[in-house]
Each structure stands twice: as C-alpha cells, then as structure tokens.
Design a protein around this ligand. Structure first.
Ligand code: GLN
Length: 452
C-alpha cells in the first residue's frame, strides 16, 4: 500500500502507463498468506516491482509504448514476468519506455515523455534515459523497489546511470525472450533495474533460466548470484580500454572513471591497460544491425493481428496496411524501419548489413582477446549525465552517441552492469560500467559491488 501511495504521489513523472493496484494487493495478500501459514518465503516474495511495458502480461494491456499496439491485451505472460510472479513478486504496474525500446531518453512513448526524478520540475526537466526510462524513474522515485528493463544497446544500463541506480544487462541468452516484444532479436536481453547490486543479483536469480520456448535461451544453470556479490575483487585483473577515452569526454566522466579505478585498486584488484581496437565501429555497426532486425520484427504490425487499425476508408488491403502503419508508428520507429529496410535491400545488403555483421564478429573477438588478459572491464556507462528534455531531439546522431559505451557489450552478447559512481559536478548521478565474460555475471556483480 505504501508503494501504491508513492506511485500515486509521483504520477507527474509519467513513469507508469498502466497501474495494476488490484493485482498488486492480491499478490501481496497471497505472499502474506504464505507467511501466516509459516511457509518458507523466497527473496522476491511480496516485493513490489514494476514491469516494463515491453513484457507481455496476461490480461493486462501491453503496448511497448506504441500507438500501434493500442488495445492489445496479451493472452499470455512473458517468461520473465511469469518467473517473477511465481517467485511471489508483486506487480505494481507497467512502465513507460521509448516506443518499441528505440531510444535513449524515454521521449517517444505514445503516452508522452517521462521525467527523471533527479531533475527540476517544470519545463526544464531532465530525461530519465531510455529506453527503460519509466522503470528507472519508478525505482528512483521509490514507488517500486525494483523493475524489469530490457537492453538492446544500453536500455537498462543508461537509464540506471541517469537515475542513480543499478542496471544489469545479463549475457545474451541468460533470460528468456519469450513474451518480450521484439526489437532486435539478436541483441534484446531482459534484466533488473534496482537500487543496489545485491538487489540486482537477487532479482536476476529469479528472472533468469533456460526456457524451451526461446531457442536462444541458454541451457546453463543459474548460479547463486547473491552469493557472488560479496566475493571481493582481490587478485582480479580489471581492464581499462583505451578506446573508451573518447574526444571531448567531460571532466566529470574522466574523474568518475579514475575514482572507480582507485576504488578497485584499494580493494586489491590489479588494473591493466587493454585495447579493444574495433570500438570505434561499434555504434555504426549497432545502428545497422538493430534497425535491420527491427524492420523485420515490426512487419507483424499490420492492423490485422494486433492493436490499432486505421478507421480511414480504404479501398485495398495494402492501403489498410499503409494507413495503419503510418498512423500507428512514431517518427523514430519509422526511421528505424526505413534504415533497416534499406540496409537489407538487395542492392545494399553486402555493403551495409553483411559488413556490419563482419565487424560485429571483430568486436566480439576484441573482447574475447581482452578476457584472456583480464577478468572484467571498467568503463563509464554513458558519456554524460542525464540531459534536458528537448536536447538532442532534433538530431538522431547526437541521440545515438549517448550509447557509445553501451553498444559494444551488446554486440558481443556480454554481461554488463551499471552502478552509481557518485554525483558529478553537475549535481547529477553518474554510472560506472563493468563488462564481464560470457555467462560470468558473478564477477560482474562482485566488481560492481566493490565500486557501488
Ligand atoms: N538507445 C539504443 C537504441 O535506441 C538502445 C535501445 C535499447 O537498448 N533498447 O537503439
């Protein structure tokens, strides 16, 4: 009830697209009944969480913040939200996101922008980051204890950084994608947004696991993530990639990174300079691969099977498709569909899509070579703190540049966490990122805990 009150008191943030108080109270009662009966409670029993609107929830409207899914009520539950439910977590509601998870500021939701609780009220508000901005705003505003996010190129880590939270993108395949609305299927991965590293470990332990319904879900045992949190970093080798020292990096980000290095050294880790030579191609590669997959995934929204259908008079099926899609998709989604269709088209496939896939392999190989030398990599999460609503909005490339430090780990499918690294000169929270070996979330969590 306290969390429902907090949710109501912070509605001006616009973090939730659907509130589900009846479900929350019913699940809380169920957890409490288990407690009264003396049953052993799990770590998520009765814990109020928010669910990003990208996860299908049975009987509860799910739109991925897009007008084209207006009125869609899934008849099934995503595996990740079902796992949380089975563990006793209490769903408070569905959180806003950039439309179809395409964005870095949570400004493209059909229900309007989300405000970062750290920023000023009024017109000069700060963005919470994106695309999981609603989840991050809800946790930062203390309405939810934790929230689910999804990360395709940074959408868990970057909003966590902008809102002073922990955000963990697991290894690709660690969490099932079944029932998650697809953006770019070879990159999409679910993960937790929480206040602490320990909470992230607990929540991931519940969300993760093999799922026969997702052929890319890994059949690998889920370790005790919570036990790994306090392992310490003594004797670990931590890599500092020189290519992440980009031109024009603000002084507060340089300082954040140096402070992180100092903390790890003091805790007994060894710092090693490393090189990830293909880093400079990562952003361009991502912005070919992700739109290509999106253009294919979004072909299913045709006005027949889900959500919105045009009410205009049409004289053919093709016209119905065209009008429905023109009305239902926002500008950024249309831009991605056009880029994706272009790079996949017969005349340009070799020059763009195939090339991007080749570079993606090189980027993954860079990481593999680095992990022969080090146990984890430390870098900033984003090149700046949260920015104001209105900034970067007219220039998609400026917006895409906010993802420069998060997309490489996504392209390589590696686990990465963003942890609060303190408050910068701007008075805003900054995030430090730890990237680990494939399926080694345990080291990522232990290093994250050491700098949190
Ligand atoms: N900001 C990136 C994009 O717009 C990443 C989004 C995400 O991870 N879903 O594609």
């Amino acid at each position: 009830r306290a969390h429902l009150d907090a949710m109501a008191a912070t509605r001006s943030l616009n973090a939730f697209v659907v509130e589900t108080p009846e479900i929350a109270l019913a699940r809380a009662d169920e957890a409490d009944a288990r407690r009264v009966r003396g049953e052993a409670l799990g770590p998520m029993d009765g814990v109020p969480v928010a669910i990003k609107d990208l996860f299908c929830t049975e009987g509860v409207a799910t739109t991925a913040s897009s007008k084209i899914l207006d009125g869609f009520v899934p008849p099934y539950e995503s595996t990740v939200s079902a796992n949380l439910k089975a563990a006793g977590a209490v769903m408070l509601g569905k959180t806003s996101m950039d439309e179809f998870a395409m964005g870095s500021a949570n400004i493209t939701a059909a229900t309007g922008p989300v405000r970062n609780p750290w920023g000023p009220e009024g017109d000069a508000f700060l963005v919470p980051g994106g695309s999981s901005g609603g989840s991050a705003a809800a946790v930062a505003a203390r309405s939810a204890i934790a929230a689910t996010g999804s990360d395709t190129g940074g959408s868990i880590r970057q909003p966590a950084a902008y809102c002073g939270l922990v955000g963990l993108k697991p290894t690709y395949g660690r969490c099932s994608r079944w029932g998650m609305i697809a953006f770019a299927s070879s990159l999409d991965q679910a993960g937790p947004i929480t206040r602490t590293v320990e909470d992230a470990a607990i929540m991931l332990g519940t969300m993760a696991g093999h799922d026969p319904k997702d052929s890319t879900s890994a059949d690998i045992a889920v370790p005790d993530f919570r036990a790994a949190v306090n392992r310490g970093v003594k004797g670990l080798k931590i890599g500092i990639p020189k290519e992440y020292r980009v031109d024009g990096m603000p002084a507060e980000i340089e300082k954040l990174w140096a402070d992180g290095v100092a903390m790890l050294k003091a805790a007994g880790a060894e710092i090693v300079d490393i090189s990830l030579p293909h880093t400079k191609y990562a952003l361009a590669t991502y912005y070919i691969v992700a739109p290509a997959e999106a253009s294919s995934n979004l072909a299913r929204y045709d006005g027949v099977r889900y959500g919105h259908r045009t009410k205009a008079n049409v004289s053919s099926l093709a016209e119905m498709y065209e009008k429905t899609r023109a009305e239902g998709f926002g500008r950024e989604v249309k831009r991605r569909i056009m880029i994706g269709t272009y790079v996949l088209s017969a005349g340009y496939y070799d020059a763009y899509y195939l090339k991007a896939q080749q570079v993606r392999t090189r980027i993954a190989a860079d990481f593999a070579a680095a992990f022969d030398q080090v146990d984890a990599i430390l870098a900033p999460t984003a090149p700046s703190a949260a920015f104001r609503f209105g900034e970067k909005m007219d220039d998609p490339v400026q917006m895409y540049l906010t993802d420069v430090f998060t997309v490489p780990a996504s392209l390589a499918g590696l686990p990465a966490i963003s942890v609060p690294g303190g408050i910068g000169e701007s008075g805003l929270p900054l995030g430090l990122q730890v990237i680990g070996r494939s399926f080694d979330e345990e080291t990522v969590l232990a290093v994250g805990r050491a700098i949190e």
